[in-house]
Design a protein around this ligand. Structure first.
Ligand code: BES
Ligand code: ZN
Ligand code: ZN
Length: 499
């Protein structure tokens, strides 16, 4: 989507006019630029009982020069940013070919700039498709052209609306890249391909560096989590370390870690066949990390931050790790592998420990970690665990403000006891039968690095976000049609920006 911001003057092929409840005549300048017949239709519709301005109510009017969509927004004072974003997303979803690609969105009386930006952001987010592998008809150019949207508001709002829309566009680019990566099939996107794409993105960007620990590096460093999970596949594992604004280093920095299993067959503990194709999304944590870096770079973020993507493909083969194996991890702790399908926690164990070398302010990991999290929260919220109440509340708040719910879940000593109960190793990668997303979080906690000396040691603030249900397949997420969602790119931009 291309966009610009302008004052209320002309109209393009389609005018989208979002109006508040209780309006029964066109607000000031709302119909400027329309033909007489379109003006009179709009005036009539707004005055009629058919249009009450209630949320989601729409009326479409036809005129030979410009189509008009009247869109009800509910009461002005009740309009939350999340609802404005959803409304923008839904209107894009409803557009057909006949509306054309040139749109005007006109914000008239009652609209605040933050609501306008949220509406614009919703439109941008929803304008996405993953069709790179579909053959195209050559003479079908028009259909592929991007939308060109002019957001119109009064002169006094221009500056803030322009800044807000530009920022939303940059963040949306990051979300869409996260979706692209999530949607890529596993034969196209494997661990080193992710690394190559990360390096390609960083190339020529002076304030962004990407370091790749490849197969040899992982073995030399004793990163047994990544090595063991990935060793069964021809596509070898790697760790991708991102650093933004190293020159601005000024004490501890946020570090965001992503689970990047480019395909999860379950390994020797093979998954059942049904819906196994969905396991191409098992790298969505790392997709979010990539998208986050794109978004932060795009908005011109000035602070120092880092990302760590833990990439591997989990497949069975004669070289694959097995149930019963005891493996080393980068932390030095040994793990008894009881199920090779609980692989995400193993690659993250190495990523978490690595983060301890970079003086973290806080560490956040994102992972499509457990089916149990989907059982608990459906596709409506990510699970959120933390060893630090302040961090938990901050993440919860920015996630909620972004319309990407992250729901607090318990990090209980009882679950830690389950995963530390191995008879032959320090930790085991399986908990008891129930509460599987909690025992997974408790496992990760065993690998959160500590700060301070000897008796005064304390874990770094850490939060774990299980996106197994929110990374894809959410029918109630208005900002996405299907497939990968790009979840939590926007959450983390807010968090890192201390919003
Ligand atoms: N990638 C899966 C989790 C998953 C399942 C994500 C369904 C999205 C939808 C993960 O690696 C996994 O297989 N976890 C196992 C853990 C179990 C063996 C303890 C699970 O959830 O069944
Ligand atoms: Zn698995
Ligand atoms: Zn997995």
């Amino acid at each position: 989507m291309e966009h610009q911001v302008a004052t209320i003057e002309t109209v393009a092929e389609t005018l989208i006019l979002p109006l508040f409840e209780g309006v029964n005549k066109p607000p000031n300048r709302a119909l400027i630029g329309l033909s007489r017949s379109a003006q009179s239709q709009a005036r009539g519709a707004i005055a009629s009982e058919d249009f009450d301005g209630k949320s989601s109510k729409t009326i479409s009017l036809w005129d030979s020069e410009c189509k008009v969509i009247l869109l009800g927004m509910g009461k002005s004072e009740d309009l939350k940013e999340n609802s404005a974003r959803d409304a923008g997303a839904k209107i894009v979803a409803s557009l057909g070919k006949t509306h054309g690609k040139n749109l005007t969105v006109r914000f008239t009386s009652g609209w605040k700039v933050n609501q306008m930006v949220a509406f614009a952001e919703g439109m941008m987010l929803r304008d996405y498709k993953f069709d790179k592998y579909m053959s195209k008809e050559e003479d079908n150019d028009d259909d592929d052209a991007p939308y060109n949207v002019t957001f119109q508001a009064s002169a006094r709002h221009q500056e803030r609306l322009t800044a807000g829309c530009d920022r939303a566009a940059a963040i949306t680019t990051g979300v869409h890249i996260a979706r692209d990566l999530g949607n890529e099939p596993a034969n196209k996107l494997y661990p080193m391909e992710y690394a190559t794409r990360a390096q390609a993105f960083a190339k020529g960007k002076g304030n962004l560096s990407v370091t790749v620990l490849d197969w040899d590096d992982l073995q030399e460093n004793n990163m047994g989590g990544l090595v063991n999970v990935g060793k069964g596949s021809e596509h070898k594992p790697c760790m991708v370390i991102w650093e933004l604004n190293a020159k601005a280093k000024d004490g501890p920095c946020p570090i965001i870690i992503g689970k990047g299993i480019t395909f999860d067959t379950g390994g020797i503990s093979l998954k059942p066949g049904a819906a196994m194709d969905e396991m191409k999304f098992d790298m969505h944590g790392s997709a979010t990390v990539f998208g986050l870096l794109v978004a932060l770079h795009g908005v011109g973020h000035k602070g120092h931050m880092m990302g760590i993507s833990c990439m591997a493909e989990n497949t069975p083969s004669s070289t694959a790790y097995r149930p019963g194996d005891v493996i080393d991890t980068y932390s030095g702790k040994t793990v008894e592998v009881l199920n090779t399908d609980a692989e995400g926690r193993l690659v993250l164990a190495d990523g978490l420990w690595k983060a301890g070398e970079f003086n973290p302010e806080y560490i956040i990991d994102l992972a499509t970690l457990t089916g149990a999290c989907v059982v608990a929260l459906g596709h409506e919220a990510s699970g959120l665990w933390s060893n630090d109440d302040d961090l938990l509340e901050r993440v919860r708040k920015v996630a909620s403000d972004s319309g990407e719910l992250a729901w607090p879940m318990p990090l209980l000593p009882a679950f830690e006891k389950q995963v530390t109960g191995s008879k032959i190793a320090d930790v085991k990668n399986l908990g008891d039968r129930y509460g599987g997303s909690n025992s997974a979080a408790a496992f990760l906690k065993q690998f959160v690095p500590e700060q301070g000396e000897d008796d005064d040691k304390k874990q770094y603030p850490w939060a774990h976000i299980d996106i197994a249900g929110t990374g894809w397949g959410t029918s109630t997420n208005a900002t996405v049609a299907h497939g990968a969602t790009g979840v939590h790119v926007r959450t983390l931009v807010r968090l890192i920006n201390n919003e």
